[in-house]
Write a protein that binds this ligand. Structure first.
Ligand code: MIC
Ligand code: SF4
Length: 639
């Protein structure tokens, strides 16, 4: 039987398990990346593992999230990461060099390789045929130390692309269409592969936009074939040597397929507050807009920025709209400056922001009260922008600029056609903001600031535990609900005790206080609990607050791995209706947890007297980690 692209890469990197959907597989990891908001914790964990030098082919530490530096905290964390990188064999990308995914695609990614990153948008690398996956910091730390990365073997989903995009319809509209079809949980358990004649019409940056936002499907990752277009991109980055051709076998078997005719697509938008709440732009045309932001790891390539400059050329943005732009990397910004496109953007009245995540993670540029903000980003979760009553719409750069010019949501296909910029023969290559590591750790001092506090470590799960349900939440709870980010909180990513007061604030302001009152406790959730970011803080902070188990209808992939790594027991309802059998503050007893960890566990609701059957279903390595009390304890036990 033939293999899909992803199956071929998995086969080449398989160190344990069998390639049977759902079974635990261990993969050798060639490359890792971290960013600063998750990186400080990942390097503290790496340090706790006592490994001197990374064992990967390439590991890179990026600084792109916490670049506001309103106090000493972020600057201290950057310095810590820089010293750790230098000492332990890791490349260090300075703040200002760009967003991790954009820079990694430009300078390091390679087809056929495996990459894990402590950021959920790591699948951006799938745009050049890499098996690139988001992971929790602790998993990245393990892989830096040479350990395998464990995932359940994914099923395969093929998206057949035919036709060619019309003018002013773009790659963002493709992924929004996929989200419309599949929903934010439609990709859970799958790798999404793009195939068909339409693939040849898409450039590498367009492919990367699609695989990047595939994270919003809940998919393990997304991937494109590696072909002549990939070769040309790598050659223009002076990295043709990294090219290998990759395609699926003609008789490869997919578990699910969907078809998209690119020529039939219209500009789309994801409406507040979910990336799959997709409508045609024409259906919401005329809505007054207060803010437009262009950038993020989804849409900040040179090609995107050149299209924006073309549309703005000689015009002025609407005076009632605040328009900002954040190019994805120093390479992009530099090239925009050299070709004069930046001047066109500035002249039109656009606010030029740093090459970083910035407003995408709520680091500045919060919209006005009840404001409407059109963003080329990938997430519009409630409160993420920093303004809880704002409405965030996710759109393409073309749709964003159309609104910036007119002041209202406007279908960009009603405007003059924008030419698709040609790939430059050579990108401007200047890696002076990437420091290679020192040859050895000798004599390198690790510089730690006072904001770095010890992280909580769990203890082995007991056979029976009784605890209160301090919180009951609904479906599609994101890690932004669990552990919000934003300018006020993000500086404390290395200070779990401080962060804990903000846990679940969007859902229940009293959550942290209730945890203190009740001591050890349990959270109850709906479908797709923990979707979104890879931040392990969404597990470590609840652990600090005494959470011992989360019972949900279903979990998102990275979050459930983070819970297990933190030593918090994830359980699902055998009958989803039993969700209704638990209310906030009920006292719950979990019986025979250790005995039945591979199967079903009985929950006694002491408040109502009812019994509910839960599924634990942990096996192999996950079971051992849970029994040991989390990944760090497990790693220590294993020696
Ligand atoms: C995000 O887009 O939510 C983030 C911020 O990049 C996160 C990582 C984090 O929380 O630090 C992600 O996507 O994993
Ligand atoms: Fe940064 Fe936003 Fe991309 Fe996350 S989604 S890595 S915050 S740009």
């Amino acid at each position: 039987m033939g293999l899909t692209i992803a199956q071929k890469i998995i086969k080449n990197h398989l160190v344990s398990g069998q390639m049977v959907a759902g079974e635990d597989i261990g993969l050798k990891i060639d490359q890792t990346l971290t960013q600063d908001a998750t990186g400080t914790m990942a390097y503290l964990e790496f340090e706790a593992m006592g490994i001197d030098r990374v064992k990967t082919e390439r590991s890179v530490a990026y600084i792109d999230h916490n670049t506001l530096q309103t106090g000493f905290e972020n600057a201290d964390d950057h310095r810590f990461i820089q010293s750790m990188a230098k000492a332990h064999g890791i490349y260090y990308s300075h703040p200002g060099n760009g967003i991790c995914h954009q820079v990694h695609l430009e300078r390091f990614g390679a087809p056929g390789k495996t990459l894990i990153g402590s950021d959920s948008h790591t699948p951006t690398g799938g745009g050049i045929g890499m098996l690139a996956m988001g992971a929790g910091g602790m998993d990245v730390a393990v892989s830096m130390g040479g350990g395998a990365y464990h995932i359940p073997m994914p099923k395969m989903l093929r998206v057949n692309l035919s036709g060619k995009l019309r003018a002013n319809v773009s790659a963002k509209d493709v992924i929004l269409e996929v989200l419309r079809i599949l929903s934010v949980k439609g990709g859970v358990g799958y790798i999404v592969e793009y195939a068909g004649e339409g693939v040849k019409t898409l450039s590498v940056p367009e492919r990367a936009t699609i695989t990047n936002m595939g994270a919003e499907l809940g998919a393990t990752t997304s991937i494109f074939p590696s072909d002549e277009i990939t070769r040309a991109f790598l050659a223009a980055q002076d990295r043709e040597k990294d090219y290998t051709e990759l395609s699926s076998d003609p008789d490869a078997v997919y578990d699910k397929e969907i078809d998209i005719d690119l020529s039939q697509l219209s500009p789309l938008a994801a409406l507040p507050h979910m990336p799959d709440n997709v409508k045609k732009v024409s259906e919401i045309a005329g809505t007054v807009v207060n803010q437009v932001l262009i950038g993020s790891c989804t849409n900040s390539s040179l090609a995107d920025m050149l299209k924006v400059a073309q549309m703005l050329d000689g015009k002025t943005v609407c005076p009632d709209v605040s328009v900002g732009i954040a190019p994805g990397s120093k390479q992009v910004l530099n090239m925009l400056a050299e070709c004069g496109a930046l001047s066109k953007i500035i002249a039109a009245g656009v606010r030029v922001l740093e090459c970083a995540c910035g407003p995408c993670i709520g680091m500045g540029q919060s919209p006005c009260s009840a404001g409407v903000s059109l963003r080329t980003f990938n997430r519009n979760f409630l409160g993420r922008s920093g303004t809880k009553d704002a409405g965030i719409y996710l759109v393409s750069p073309e749709t964003a600029v159309a609104a910036a010019l007119t002041g209202v949501i406007t279908d960009p296909t009603s405007l003059p056609a924008v030419e698709n910029p040609k790939l430059p023969e050579k990108f401007l290559i200047n890696d002076n903001l990437i420091d290679p590591p020192a040859p050895s750790s000798e004599g390198i001092e690790i510089l730690r600031g006072p904001n770095i506090k010890p992280f909580p470590v769990s203890r082995p799960v007991e056979n029976q535990m009784t605890a209160a349900a301090t919180l009951k939440v609904g479906d599609n709870i994101t890690t932004d609900h669990i552990m919000p980010a934003g300018a006020k909180i993000l500086p404390y990513r290395s200070n779990i005790p401080y962060l804990s007061q903000f846990c679940f604030n969007v859902c229940d302001k009293d959550f942290a206080q209730n945890c203190q009152k009740y001591g050890e406790n349990i959270i109850v959730g709906g479908e797709n609990y923990g979707q979104g970011s890879s931040r392990e803080h969404a597990a470590l902070v609840p652990l600090y607050l005494g959470v011992r188990a989360v019972i949900a209808k279903s979990f998102a992939r990275i979050h459930v791995a983070n819970l297990i790594n933190a030593g918090i027991l994830p359980l699902t309802f055998k009958n989803p209706e039993d969700y209704d059998g638990i209310s906030q503050f009920d006292r719950l007893t979990l019986c025979g947890v250790r005995d039945n960890i591979e199967g079903e566990i009985i929950l006694k609701n002491e408040t109502t007297g009812k019994e509910i059957t839960l599924i634990s279903g942990l096996s192999g390595r996950s079971k051992e980690i849970m029994l040991a009390g989390g990944l760090l304890n497990y790693t220590k036990l294993k020696g």
